[in-house]
Design a protein around this ligand. Structure first.
Ligand code: UDP
Length: 335
């Protein structure tokens, strides 16, 4: 059979496709036979991360630019990753979070509906659940976000419900937990400037790039006093998003899925595992709690597994740290 021309492949618009998770989703989309069209303002993303389809530079707050991109590529679906996503920053600068996340998403949704692109995958977060210590969260757990990041994401979920009711927008919402690891082929990975996330900061400390990792809080109501998180491999997350697009193209929609593994690891456990994987000492120091942090965020993936057929097969702590370590040592983008 003749190979399909590039233009015969269905396009999927990926906002934030130059970022950590978005770039992995683009790779997975391309592997599944789609053309991932990245829409990104390259403020926290990287041109070098856009390797699997075209880049359309633009800002979600620029509606005319969005309309132009929908018109040019006529995507069959949207994957919406672009957002500000740092808890500490959200606590300090709520206005930026509400403007970028909520107003940007509103522009995008309106542009999609007006272009007739009615399949929408939204990247939400476990931060919409807030601190519900001791509970394994499922999709019906109450949403009690603790900061402007989580609250802006919850508001976007509610906005999508209204667009579904009024305009028939088909939506898949993924609430995901802590993303870790890097592309197993080493093509793309996590690279934030400044970096705030646990695993890349720790690998940097192990490698001598910073004096130590500061553990934020040792007095949480958890067995070892440090926060517990449910870590998911970024490539598993990307696979879930491709399954989400297929689900929508099959005519389904209006579904929320948690993407977690059901296993939580404390900060101290992640530190210990990193020492084992890298075979190096991990320099740590102890600091106070980071405002906005929940003690424990752990999800099951029962629904995603039963309905989407999603299996987070790469999401062992050792695999996530070793993929991140390889990327840390050999990859990274030009700053
Ligand atoms: N953390 C830490 N030191 C750091 C960065 C993070 O102790 O320098 C902790 C943080 O308090 C949280 C966990 O590591 O409990 C994961 O934080 P991260 O910023 O990676 O992701 P988040 O949970 O905010 O999405």
């Amino acid at each position: 059979m003749a190979r399909a021309r590039e233009s015969d492949k269905p396009a999927v618009l990926v906002t934030g496709g130059a970022g950590y998770i978005g770039s992995h989703a683009c790779k997975a989309l391309a592997a599944a036979g789609h053309v991932p069209v990245t829409f990104d303002n390259i403020t926290t993303g990287w041109r070098d991360a856009v390797k699997f389809g075209p880049l359309e530079e633009g800002d979600l707050l620029d509606r005319a630019r969005l309309d132009e991109v929908f018109d040019r590529h006529r995507p069959v679906a949207v994957m919406h990753f672009a957002a500000l996503s740092l808890v500490g920053e959200a606590v300090r600068e709520p206005g930026r979070y509400w403007r970028t996340n909520l107003a940007g998403s509103l522009n995008l949704v309106e542009a999609a509906v007006s272009a007739g692109c009615m399949n929408f995958v939204f990247s939400s977060t476990c931060a919409t659940y807030g601190d519900q210590d001791g509970v394994v969260l499922d999709e019906s757990s109450p949403q009690l976000p603790m900061n402007a990041y989580g609250r802006s994401k919850r508001a976007i979920e509610e906005m999508l419900d209204d667009f579904r009711a009024a305009h028939g927008l088909n939506t898949v919402v993924f609430r995901y937990f802590n993303v870790a690891g890097a592309d197993p082929d080493g093509e793309i990975g996590e690279f934030h400037r400044p970096e705030t996330h646990l695993i890349p900061l720790m690998l940097d400390a192990i490698d001598g790039g910073r004096p130590a990792l500061t553990i934020f809080g040792t007095d949480y109501p958890t067995p070892d006093g440090t926060c517990i998180r449910d870590y998911v491999h970024v490539s598993d997350l990307a696979d879930a998003h491709v399954k989400g697009v297929s689900w929508l193209l099959d005519g389904r929609g209006g579904r929320v899925f948690n993407l977690g593994t059901g296993s939580g690891f404390s900060v101290r456990e992640v530190v210990a595992a990193s020492g084992v994987v890298t075979n190096r000492a991990v320099p740590v120091e102890y600091g106070g709690r980071r405002p906005g942090d929940a003690a424990r965020l752990v999800s099951g993936s029962t629904r995603a597994s039963a309905e989407l057929g999603w299996k987070p097969g790469r999401s062992t702590l050792g695999r996530m740290i070793s993929d991140a370590w390889r990327w840390h040592r050999n990859g990274r983008y030009e700053a």
